[in-house]
Ligand binder design. Structure first.
Ligand SMILES: [Fe+2]
Length: 333
């Protein structure tokens, strides 16, 4: 049975996104209208109150399948098994509760803006990225479920609309980024801006770990809208990039352009700040927005979030490509 949706947009305090209420719990009805609602809302949906997912994680995987044919099996990626859900390998654990888990991001420095506000804009706020942009083709959609969120004053997730940001670019900047490609690197691969600034030589790459070029302006394969597609410190390649064909490195022309574009992309009027409540489910479209995580207290707070990633419709630019992140000896020919 198809479930009915009550859609209310934009999200509070933002110019994009929508809140969706379902008439029945997941498992009793299939909310088939969600992919269209996601496209209509500029790529971000909040579905509150989905606590039925906690005891039945397969519901999250089933829901993910509505958004595309390829729901990632995290056992196939180069991440520790401890970061993968025990019974549902399509669920990545974003948590501080397992040994070896990634710590939360640092607090911005200074913690507040000059006028006492929560900082959202780059470079004061860092960590802005679109999921797994270091892969070709990159994934389309992410679903993120709050199993155990931290208090609403911290551990927020911030989103910036690449559609709104692109529309508002001054014409001269639009002309500069048209046809330009960014070079995206896997965080932790030693190709980030921090390493480049420190002069740490990058380690050698296996072919499937290589940084990947992506268009700075992507055309959405469903809506036809154009959106900025870009990351910053740790998810761009700061040795050969950040842009293909521009002066590379952290002090070059490419760095200056990236700083200008990211500061524009994350202007407060293009941003939504989500404060989490248990049972919240956020669904976002990586093809047209970026997001970042914020600090929580790793000593006192316990946080368990579940993420799935869906691919299969990156657009004609990627048609027929072999997946870049799978070692050649494991790739299906
Ligand atoms: Fe992410």
């Amino acid at each position: 049975m198809s479930g009915r949706l009550e859609i209310d947009g934009p999200l509070p305090g933002a110019r994009f996104g929508a809140t969706v209420r379902l008439d029945r719990p997941l498992g009793e009805a299939t909310p088939e209208g969600l992919p269209q609602a996601l496209a209509d809302a500029g790529g971000l949906l909040l579905i509150p109150g989905r606590t039925e997912i906690g005891p039945a994680p397969a519901l999250l995987v089933e829901l993910s399948r509505l958004f595309g044919p390829e729901v990632e099996d995290y056992r196939n990626l180069l991440i520790g098994r401890h970061m993968v859900h025990e019974t549902q390998p399509e669920i990545l654990l974003v948590t501080n509760t397992v040994p070896g888990a990634r710590p939360p991001p640092a607090l911005p420095d200074p913690p507040l803006t000059a006028d006492g506000k929560f900082p959202v804009q780059y470079p004061h706020r860092r960590g802005w990225h679109t999921d797994q942009s270091y892969r070709r083709p990159p994934p389309d959609i992410s679903l993120f479920y709050a199993a155990v969120p931290v208090d609403r004053t911290r551990g927020q997730t911030l989103f910036a609309s690449g559609i709104l940001a692109y529309e508002a670019l001054p014409p001269a900047l639009k002309a500069r980024v048209d046809g330009l490609q960014g070079l995206h690197a896997q965080p932790g691969s030693g190709r980030g801006r921090k390493e480049a600034l420190a002069g740490t030589p990058p380690r050698a790459f296996a072919p499937h770990e290589r940084s990947q070029p992506q268009p700075v302006v992507r055309t959405h394969p469903v809506t036809g809208e154009r959106a900025l597609y870009l990351c910053e410190y740790s998810q761009m390649d700061w040795f050969e990039g950040p842009f293909v064909g521009m002066q590379p490195g952290p002090h070059g022309d490419g760095a200056a352009l990236l700083d200008e574009l990211m500061a524009h992309y994350t202007r407060p009027e293009f941003v939504y700040v989500h404060e989490w409540t248990e049972g919240d489910l956020l669904i976002w479209d990586n093809r047209c927005l970026i997001h970042t995580a914020t600090w929580y207290d790793p000593e006192k707070d316990r946080r368990v979030m579940w993420r799935t990633t869906v691919g299969g419709n990156p657009g004609p630019l990627y048609a027929g490509e072999r997946k870049s992140w799978i070692p050649l000896d494991q790739a299906a020919v």
